[in-house]
Design a protein around this ligand. Structure first.
Ligand code: AMP
Length: 302
């Protein structure tokens, strides 16, 4: 089954201890779409400016991503800059230039409206809500958000969360949204807002999922090669949703496998800058890394 994703398509300037890139292709929807494309058909709803060329679009189209929902507006594409120190779990935002994103009003092409899986990447909750109003009885809705919306649009975010099945959020954001430091407590509070499942991303430490009736933790894979964690969260969400949409298995075991698939894609993402780590993967590499996760976490009875 297919997925529709709404979110940013961006040009990112990123500085890490391993190097830097300027105006490299990024954006939450881009990372998500490329990751999910390994598992199922993906449709993107976003806006780009007149500086978004064929070479940028080809990163999506070469993965078979449906780009008919990408609106072209006059002006520059959204730009974001971030800098990381050796602690790659923390980053400083250098700048955010909304540009064409400022007046973005997502419009779903008619062909996208019956799409069963919906991912609302990190954008204004009002825009996430407007996308939900345009889809016809989705099978599963997942959402990501950030501190900016938790602090500035909390009521709108809570209204949107009532229609969401899975919240995918990082640890600091979960704590802020719930007003609780303890993540178990935070997840319980968030589940009362609507989502039955809360997946908390913990950077290089992996992810912990509070699913209906059970908790699942996947570690971060210890990697020799690291370059840039930008987009790892969206890539995780793409691998997770893509796998889920491809199997349609929403049982605990199905969700657990999808969480590992998300972690596999995220591990490739952080090895290179921009989308270079996830653009050209093959099925065998993905399967081999899935087994690395199995090996990493296997242990015998005491
Ligand atoms: P992540 O590292 O998963 O948080 O995602 C980073 C991506 O999100 C980058 O490619 C940015 O272009 C994009 N991004 C950063 N800030 C925003 C924002 N305020 N709204 C939408 N996308 C953003």
């Amino acid at each position: 089954m297919s997925i529709v994703v709404v979110g940013s398509v961006a040009f990112d300037t990123v500085i890490t201890p391993y190097g830097r890139v300027d105006d490299a292709l990024g954006g939450a929807a881009t990372y998500f779409a490329v990751a999910a494309s390994y598992f199922c058909p993906v449709q993107v709803v976003a806006v780009v400016g007149d500086d978004f060329g064929a070479e940028h679009e080809s990163v999506l189209s070469e993965r078979g991503v449906d780009t008919r929902g990408i609106e072209r507006a006059a002006g520059p594409t959204f730009r974001w800059g971030g800098e990381y120190s050796w602690n790659l779990n923390e980053r400083q935002t250098l700048f955010t230039e909304l540009n064409v994103f400022e007046s973005f009003a997502p419009q779903l092409p008619t062909q996208y409206r019956a799409t069963p899986y919906v991912f609302l990447a990190n954008i204004a909750p009002q825009l996430q809500q407007s996308v939900l109003e345009q889809v016809e009885s989705p099978k599963l809705v997942a959402l990501d958000t950030m501190n900016y919306w938790i602090e500035g649009s909390l009521e709108e975010l809570k209204a949107t969360l009532r229609h969401v099945d899975i919240l995918i959020i990082n640890d600091e954001e979960a704590r802020e949204l719930a007003g609780a430091y303890n993540l178990v407590e935070a997840a319980e509070t968030i589940r009362q807002l609507g989502p039955d499942n809360v997946i908390i991303k913990r950077g290089e430490h992996g992810a912990t999922a509070f699913l209906t009736g059970n908790v699942f933790t996947v570690p971060g894979l210890p990697l020799r090669q690291l370059a840039d964690p930008t987009g790892a969260g969206d890539t995780f969400a793409g691998g997770f949703m893509g796998h889920l949409a491809s199997t349609g298995d929403h049982t605990t075991e199905g969700l657990r496998r999808a969480i590992v698939a998300g972690s596999v894609l995220a591990s490739f993402c952080v090895e290179s800058f921009s989308l270079d780590g996830i653009r050209g993967l093959c099925v065998d590499e993905i399967a081999a890394r899935y087994r690395d996760f199995q090996t990493l976490t296997r242990f015998d009875d005491i």
